[in-house]
Each structure stands twice: as C-alpha cells, then as structure tokens.
Design a protein around this ligand. Structure first.
Ligand code: HEC
Length: 174
C-alpha cells in the first residue's frame, strides 16, 4: 500500500512537472481531448488509401493515408480493423490554379492549396471501447484541437455507418 501511494505521488509529481513544462515551454496541446490521440510523427510518409473532395463550406481536397497495419486491412478488406491501425485524413483548400490554367483552353485545373487540418483515427479496441474501438484527433499546424464538442462529433457521425464497416467511410482506391 505504501509503495502504491509513493508511486501515485511520484506520478502526480511527474504530471505536475509535465504540465508546468508544457505551460512554459511552448509544447502545448500535443494530444486531443477525450481520446489523448497525438499526431504520429511519420504520417506524411504513409501510403495513400484514397482521395476525396468536399464541396460546400469545407471546399477542400483531401488525401487519406494509412500506416502499414491500416493499409493491409484496407487492401484485404479486413473488418474490423486490427488494433494498431491508424488512418490520417489530410485536407487542403481546394483552389483553382491560374498558373496551370494558362496551359489549357479553359480554366480546369484545381489543386491543393494551404493545409486546413489533419484528422487521425486510431484503432485500439480496449482503450476506445466506448467509441467503437476508435480514438480521434484533429490537428491544425500540428497542434491538437482542444474543442470537446468537435471531438465528440467524430464518433457521433462515424457511428452512423453500420458496424460491419467498422465506422470507416473510405474505401481503398487501387
Ligand atoms: C458529419 C460527419 C462527420 C464528422 C463530424 C466527422 N467525420 Fe470523419 N469522415 C466523414 C466522412 C463522410 C468521411 C469520408 C469522406 C471524406 O473524407 O470526406 C470521413 C473520413 C474520415 C477519415 C478517413 C477514414 C474514414 O473513416 O473514412 C478520418 C481519419 C476521419 N474522418 C476522422 C474524423 C475525425 C478525427 C473527426 C472529428 C474531429 C471526424 N472525422 C468527424 C464524416 C464525418
């Protein structure tokens, strides 16, 4: 019991140091609220699963990438996704390219502009048992968005898919 208490005090101390470092050292908001999902360091080198364009007020163009576990599951159509699958959705302003259009008879070229945000889904069926096995995060300029309503909206929408799809909308584009 004594040891346990000491350990608890120690971890409280470490948490306090961590919080004060993040408060003063500029390394803030590295993980999402609710889920504690961080931005995987190497995600930009992951393989492409598919691309998508959203019109309306989002007006973005997006690439969906996956780590090796996720890509294998997509290719083999394994559902549910195995633990350790991570999917990244990278969105950019969808903009017409005046530069490219000078080469065409009529305006037709649309390209990725500035990045808007990166969304991450992490599969861990035990840790995230209350949200279908998925943890979520959204990042702007590498900083985790701290809005709880935003993070609550993720599973609230993804769960509208039937569970045979394991709450993932995207399909693998060969
Ligand atoms: C209103 C519904 C809705 C909400 C809210 C929503 N998503 Fe999605 N999400 C989608 C749809 C539809 C797609 C596939 C098409 C697309 O990317 O536009 C998608 C795609 C994704 C993908 C690519 C993998 C997949 O499931 O297809 C990730 C990762 C993702 N969303 C994460 C998030 C995160 C993180 C949040 C919350 C911050 C969130 N989503 C909120 C509807 C939603």
């Amino acid at each position: 019991m004594r040891k346990l208490t000491d350990f608890r005090l120690l971890s409280l101390g470490i948490t306090a140091i961590y919080l004060s470092v993040t408060a003063t050292g500029g390394v803030t908001d590295s993980v999402s609220p609710i889920y504690g999902v961080g931005l995987p360091g190497e995600y930009r080198a992951w393989q492409m699963i598919t691309v998508a364009h959203e019109a309306g007020k989002n007006n973005d163009i997006r690439a969906i990438l996956g780590n090796d576990v996720a890509v294998k599951a997509f290719r083999e159509r394994t559902r549910p996704f195995p633990d350790g699958s991570v999917i990244a959705r990278l969105a950019y302003v969808y903009q017409s390219s005046a530069e490219n259009d000078t080469l065409f008879p009529a305006p037709q070229s649309f390209v990725a502009g500035n990045p808007t945000n990166v969304q991450i889904s992490v599969k861990d069926s035990k840790k995230y048992a209350h949200s279908g096995g998925w943890g979520y995060g959204q990042f702007e300029n590498g900083i985790a968005n701290q809005s709880q309503p935003l993070l609550n909206s993720c599973f609230a929408c993804h769960k509208k898919l039937d569970s045979s799809k394991d709450f993932v909308f995207s399909h693998y584009s060969p």
